[in-house]
Design a protein around this ligand. Structure first.
Ligand SMILES: Nc1ncnc2c1ncn2[C@@H]1O[C@H](COP(=O)(O)OP(=O)(O)OP(=O)(O)O)[C@@H](O)[C@H]1O
Ligand SMILES: [Mg+2]
Length: 238
């Protein structure tokens, strides 16, 4: 049974449809990647899964249970956490306090929060160095890391990351992908939205979204090797 399953998901904004029947599934323990051009509907898919946008039609199942229509808060408690596009850290709070807020769903388990914080600082040593710095004064790349790290603090079963490497240098992007791999190895199922095909290196499964539909679903490795395939859908051979 897949951990996450979308079946014929349709939604949009106001009266304007954006997703025209999106179906995909992700098994527990996988790292899945969704690629696609600007405006394809990737963020719309992520926020629909996270309960921030209501589906018009179709079904979303998490761990075999229907979750469409549940609100974001309930979904966080169930283990679905979104690191949203555009960083969204709390600028006036320190790095450490941003992380503490991320641990809100696990607030009753102080031991777990402490262990997760230690782990977060292990995978993001930069955040450890800057733990007392106000988040608003971090560099763009560091804020990106903090947004992902804050998602980790909730110890989610499913971590959705919308644009893991946007605006990062190639070196930093690889660092963040490597971190995502570690998070996955720790047992978290990960879905990453990306424009950088370099992420395929860490993907067990890949999807390409085009104009509100999934036009390719397959093994990450297959897409990594398939330059023609990527070129056809993404306009880039590398
Ligand atoms: N709040 C909104 N109100 C109206 N239209 C929206 C809203 N958010 C997104 N859209 C539209 O929905 C479509 C899909 O947007 P979405 O943000 O899901 O794309 P995306 O694949 O994440 O793109 P990008 O790679 O640029 O982040 C776009 O045409 C966009 O203009
Ligand atoms: Mg987007």
């Amino acid at each position: 049974m897949p951990l996450l399953e979308l079946d014929g998901l349709r939604t949009g904004y106001g009266a304007v449809p954006v997703l025209h029947g999106v179906s995909l599934s992700v098994e527990e323990g996988e790292t899945a990647v969704m690629l696609g051009l600007n405006g394809a509907g990737k963020t719309t898919t992520m926020i629909s899964i996270a309960g921030l946008l209501r589906p018009w039609a179709g079904r979303i199942h998490f761990d075999g249970k229907p979750i469409h229509g549940k609100d974001a808060r309930e979904l966080v408690e169930m283990g679905i956490v979104l690191a949203p596009e555009g960083r969204h850290v709390f600028p006036a709070l320190s790095v450490q306090n941003n992380l503490r807020l991320g641990a809100w769903p696990k607030r009753r388990d102080a031991g777990l929060v402490k262990r997760t914080m230690d782990r977060v600082f292990e995978v993001f040593p930069r955040l450890l160095e800057r733990r007392d710095q106000l988040a608003g004064t971090l560099s763009g790349g560091e804020q990106q890391m903090l947004a992902i790290a804050r998602g980790m603090m909730a110890s989610p079963r499913l971590l959705l990351v919308d644009e893991a490497s946007l605006g990062l240098s190639p070196k930093l992007a690889q660092e963040v992908f490597e971190t995502m791999r570690r998070i996955n190895r720790d047992g978290t199922t990960v879905v990453i939205v990306e424009q950088n095909a370099g992420v395929l290196r860490i993907a067990s499964r890949a999807f390409i979204m085009l104009k509100g539909q999934i036009v390719y679903a397959g093994a990450g490795e297959e897409l990594r090797r398939g330059g023609e395939l990527r070129k056809a859908y993404l306009g880039t051979p590398d």
